[in-house]
Structures are given as structure tokens and as C-alpha cells.
Design a protein around this ligand. Structure first.
Ligand SMILES: CC(=O)N[C@H]1[C@@H](OP(=O)(O)OP(=O)(O)OC[C@H]2O[C@@H](n3ccc(=O)[nH]c3=O)[C@H](O)[C@@H]2O)O[C@H](CO)[C@@H](O)[C@@H]1O[C@H](C)C(=O)N[C@@H](C)C(=O)N[C@H](CCC(=O)O)C(=O)O
Ligand SMILES: Nc1ncnc2c1ncn2[C@@H]1O[C@H](COP(=O)(O)OP(=O)(O)OP(=O)(O)O)[C@@H](O)[C@H]1O
Length: 496
């Protein structure tokens, strides 16, 4: 729900194309799409859902006090005033934006979309800006930061009331910049309609969420909507090494210019002479005439690309290349993104790779810097895109030992998910341990000095969804607990 502190907003003025039934105008000071959240004076936004239709809850909304309805078709069975629009989701976000005082007009906003890398890039943008004393809000999967307070997130991109309230709090906290993750579902559902972006960043477009979008084409079309949010004079920032990103920009760019980033070829921002080793990556950061060598503790070429994308945003937001280079070398991984839990004598990483492309990349990167064997522990979520499960199995096949386990089985039978994954494993030695703690124990016990253990899929998450229950579990915390209890005399010490 969202309530205005600045008085009622006229829907007739805000939505000039709308038609009205039962009243010449509706004044809104509080709007919600949840019938249960309505209170005296609320306007109820009746949204068509995938499971139910909001209109079916109008009576409940009215009995809770709703005195107007925002709808995409006239409703014959009600006496409350109606505001009829062509797309109630777009109108709902625009009303929430107005009630929040159009905070995007007082912020420089970078929106980040892509199959993988949204959280990493937003976190890097914030860290780069903070390294120069700037305050930057951040909204996304792991946390929402309004410039002063951090709260744990529930969605990657919140629904309109919460999204617009968060931006509004940033402006109240004198934050002038924001990095926001935009999921394909949110773009498809117009959760941020009306948002004016200065920069639209695309990290990469591969495969995910086909359970929701149905086809790769529909998935890409949803992501492509990000360019339609860019304000006049704004730009796109593109991972030029990724065919999916280039294609997305070519098809949906809405006439805006792009800043390109590349590790492999010509681009506006480049990382050249890249070498990976056990402690991180070294590369030369190039931007126009500026070039400087960077040593980062982050692992993987994908993280170097994430840094370039974040650097491009920081440059557009006013940082000098020298400031960006200094900030880049200090960046640490966000929680659960190739986070190193143990460094010696085995390496243990926790990573959020849960798409086939991300898992294949991470396995490949770690393989290159591991002297001994690479052991990977992973599973796949239930109730989501089942077709990606064998692809995850295939992605892990480059490891020396794959331990297949539960991720979030949700309401599916865990064994069925495991069978789907196993069908894709083409080589490597495989073990199955449905219990995630058992699987991690097996990996840590099997590892000898020089080996690397990758625990993939859950990253920062603090619970597993098994059936309808949420069971407390965090991969990194479990590794630390197990190693400290296992052999008190062992030289294996978890990183702080
Ligand atoms: C699959 C999906 O995205 N669903 C979103 C969608 O729900 P829906 O279409 O099924 O809505 P519905 O439940 O049928 O209800 C329709 C309308 O009736 C209303 N209603 C319903 C019941 C009732 O008693 N009273 C009532 O008023 C609902 O509030 C809603 O407005 O529209 C709803 C209203 O906007 C969203 O809350 C809901 O997101 C839910 C919370 C969700 O879990 N979404 C996930 C999948 C998601 O968006 N994830 C992405 C990406 C994550 C990633 O990158 O991995 C994210 O951005 O987090
Ligand atoms: N640029 C990238 N290209 C490919 N894979 C990446 C990239 N950046 C990160 N990854 C992989 O994807 C995983 C998730 O990263 P991150 O959380 O930044 O992505 P995300 O898009 O925010 O994911 P989600 O939307 O599911 O929260 C990482 O742990 C890593 O394995």
C-alpha cells in the first residue's frame, strides 16, 4: 500500500486517457492492489492476476473501506466510482509514483537487468560511488538500502507501492543516486512503469524463468522493456561480449545510444591482459585514454565484466577514471557471489549460480585456478522451469566430482528434481545426497589440499523451501560451523 503525505492526487489529471464511471474524478491519497490492505478512503487497484482476478476481490476491498476502483474494464456490479484505464498495472505504478512524489526526478537512477549479475553490478555501483564519498541507494534481491537503513529484500524488484516508497526514502535521506535491479517479471508486469532511468544496464541475456515467460522470445521481450524506461538523453550500458545483450539492444533500443563494455574486443570500456589466479584476477582497465592495472580479489571473467558495467555507470554519474580505478581494486564480492569461505589448504566458495550459464561459467573459472580437483555441490529449485535442470547437470559436468543435492524443492518431490539433473550430467563422478548438509559434509570431507569446493545455487539465502516449510539453512554458515567442529586441529580455517 502507499499513502501520500502531500494530499490527494487527482486521477483525472494524472491519467488523462482514463474514463470515469460514477464520478467525474477520483482523488487518491492511498492505493493498494490487495483487498485485505484497503482501509476507509482507499482506492483499490484491481489487477488481472495469473491465478485470480483482482476484480473478484472488489467486494472485500469495499467492505474494508475502499471508495474507488482502478480497473482495466468497466465493472457493472458496483456502485463505487471507477477509473477505467487500458492497462491497470501501468496506471497503478504511475499512481504510486505520484503519491511518492516522483522521487526518480530527484535521483540519477541506473536500472540493471540481465539473467545473471544484477545484484553484483548494483552492489559494485554502490561501492564505487561510496568509495568517493557519494551516497547511493540500492534495491535488489539481497537487500534494499535507502541511503541510511538496510532491509532484507523479499523480491528482486518490489511491487509498485514498496518500490516507489523506497525511492522516496532515498530522496528524504539526501541520496542522489540509485542502482536498482529490474527483473524480467517486474518489467513484464510494469511494476516500475513511469520510472525514468538515466542508465539501462544489461549484464547478459541467456536462459531463465521460462516457467513464467513461456519462451526465450517472451523472456527477452520482457527484458527489452528496460530501454523504454530510459529518459531523454539517457543511455544503455551493454555487455558487448554477450550475444544476448547485443541482440536485446539491437531489437529494443528505442533509439538510445549505448556505452559498450568488453573483455574480448573493441568497446568504450575494456579489460585487457587478463590473468586469473588463486587470489583473484589482474587486468588492465581501459576507458578512453585512461589505462591502469587492477588487481582484484574477485574471481572470474564474469566479475570483471560486472566491474566494467559498474565502472561505466560510475563514470556517467561523474566519477573520474582515476577514482573508478582506485575503487575497483577495493571491491569485495557481495554475499554469496563467489564468496570465498576458506582459502587454505582447500578453497571453498559459495555462489548463487542457479542458471545453466552461470554454473557453467563458475565451474570453468574455478577449474582454471584449481590445482587439484573441483568438487561441486548443487541442485535445482522445484516449481520453476524444469527444463533447465538437465542443463544445470550438463553445466556441472566439467567438475571432477558433482554432488547433486536439494536446492529449494518446494512442493515437488526432491528425487524427481534430482533425476532431471542427473539426466544432463555427461561426464564426471557423481554422488547424490538429497540432504544439503550431508552433501556439503561429503564435499568437505572428500577435499584434500589443493582441491576446490564450490557450493552453488543458494548464495546468500538463509533458508531452504522444502514442501511448504522454510528450513533455516545458509551454505556459508554451515561450512564455517562444520569445519570448526570437525577436526579442531585441522589447518583449515574459514575466512572472516
Ligand atoms: C509470478 C508473479 O510474478 N506473480 C506476481 C503477480 O501475481 P499474480 O498475477 O499471480 O496475482 P494473483 O495472486 O493472481 O492476484 C491478482 C490480484 O488480486 C489481488 N488479490 C488476490 C487475492 C486476494 O485475496 N485479494 C486480492 O486483492 C492481488 O493482490 C493481485 O493484485 O502479480 C502480483 C501483484 O502484482 C505479484 O504480487 C506477484 O508476484 C509474486 C509476489 C512473486 O512471487 N513473484 C516472483 C516470481 C517474482 O516476481 N520474482 C522476480 C524475479 C526473481 C529472480 O530474478 O529470480 C522478482 O522480481 O522478485
Ligand atoms: N555477468 C555475469 N554473467 C554471467 N554470470 C554471472 C554474472 N554475474 C554473476 N554471475 C553468476 O550469477 C550468480 C548470481 O549473481 P547475481 O546475484 O549478481 O545475479 P542476479 O541477476 O542478481 O540473480 P537473481 O536475479 O537471481 O537474484 C553469481 O553467483 C554468478 O555465479
Amino acid at each position: 500500500m502507499i499513502a501520500s503525505s502531500a494530499g490527494a492526487v487527482s486521477l483525472r489529471r494524472l491519467l488523462p486517457a482514463a474514463s470515469f464511471i460514477g464520478s467525474a474524478d477520483i482523488g487518491v491519497s492511498h492505493i493498494t492492489d490487495r483487498s485485505t490492505d484497503c482501509r476507509p478512503g482507499s482506492v483499490f487497484a484491481a489487477l488481472r492476476g495469473r491465478t485470480v482476478d483482482g476484480i473478484d476481490y472488489l467486494d472485500e476491498a469495499i467492505s474494508n473501506g475502499a471508495c474507488g476502483v482502478l480497473t482495466d474494464r468497466p465493472i457493472t456490479s458496483t456502485a463505487v466510482p471507477q477509473c477505467v484505464v487500458s492497462n491497470s498495472r501501468i496506471a497503478y505504478s504511475e499512481v504510486c509514483r505520484a503519491l511518492a512524489g516522483r522521487p526518480d526526478q530527484r535521483l540519477r537512477v541506473a536500472g540493471v537487468t540481465g539473467t545473471d549479475g544484477k545484484t553484483s553490478v548494483c552492489s559494485m555501483i554502490r561501492k564505487l560511488l561510496e568509495s568517493c564519498g557519494q551516497r547511493c541507494g540500492q534495491l535488489g534481491t539481497v537487500e534494499n538500502y535507502d541511503g541510511v537503513c538496510t532491509e532484507t529484500s523479499t523480491l528482486t524488484t518490489d511491487e509498485p507501492p514498496k518500490f516507489w516508497n523506497s525511492l522516496s526514502r532515498m530522496t528524504s535521506n539526501r541520496t542522489t543516486m540509485a542502482a536498482v535491479e529490474l527483473s524480467s517479471q517486474a518489467l513484464d508486469q510494469y511494476r516500475v512503469a513511469g520510472l525514468q532511468l538515466d542508465l539501462a544496464v544489461v549484464t547478459g541475456v541467456t536462459r531463465d524463468h521460462l516457467d513464467y515467460h513461456g519462451t526465450p522470445h517472451a523472456y527477452a521481450a520482457a527484458k527489452g522493456k528496460i530501454f523504454g524506461l530510459v529518459r531523454k538523453g539517457g543511455r544503455a550500458i551493454i555487455n558487448n561480449d554477450d550475444p544476448g545483450s547485443r541482440d536485446l539492444f539491437a531489437k529494443h533500443n528505442c533509439g538510445i545510444d549505448a556505452i559498450t563494455c568488453s573483455l574480448d574486443g573493441p568497446a568504450d570500456l575494456r579489460a585487457t591482459d587478463l590473468t586469473s589466479n588463486k587470489t583473484g584476477v589482474r587486468f588492465t582497465f581501459q576507458m578512453a585514454d585512461f589505462a591502469e592495472q587492477i588487481q582484484t580479489e574477485l574471481i572470474g571473467r564474469h566479475n570483471v565484466m560486472n566491474m566494467l558495467l559498474a565502472a561505466a555507470v560510475a563514470a556517467e554519474f561523474g566519477l573520474a577514471p582515476e577514482q573508478i580505478a582506485a575503487g575497483l581494486s577495493k571491491i569485495k564480492s557481495p554475499p554469496g557471489r563467489l564468496e570465498r569461505i576458506v582459502a587454505e589448504p582447500i578453497n571453498v566458495f559459495v555462489d548463487y549460480a542457479h542458471t545453466p550459464d552461470a554454473l557453467a561459467r563458475v565451474v570453468d573459472e574455478l577449474k582454471q585456478i584449481t590445482q587439484g580437483r573441483l568438487i561441486v555441490v548443487f541442485g535445482a529449485g522445484g516449481g520453476r522451469d524444469a527444463d533447465k535442470r538437465p542443463l544445470l547437470g550438463q553445466a556441472a559436468s566439467n567438475a571432477d566430482l558433482a554432488i547433486v543435492t536439494n536446492d529449494n524443492p518446494r512442493n515437488e518431490h526432491p528425487q524427481t528434481i534430482i533425476e532431471h539433473i542427473l539426466a544432463g550430467i555427461t561426464s564426471t563422478t557423481v554422488e547424490v545426497r538429497p540432504d544439503r548438509c550431508d552433501a556439503i559434509r561429503l564435499a568437505l570431507d572428500a577435499a584434500v589440499p589443493g582441491d576446490c569446493v564450490l557450493i552453488a545455487g543458494k548464495g546468500h539465502e538463509t533458508y531452504q523451501e522444502i514442501g511448504t516449510r522454510q528450513i533455516s539453512h545458509n551454505d556459508a554458515a554451515f561450512v564455517r560451523r562444520y569445519l570448526s567442529a570437525r577436526h579442531p586441529a585441522t589447518p583449515i580455517t574459514a575466512c572472516a
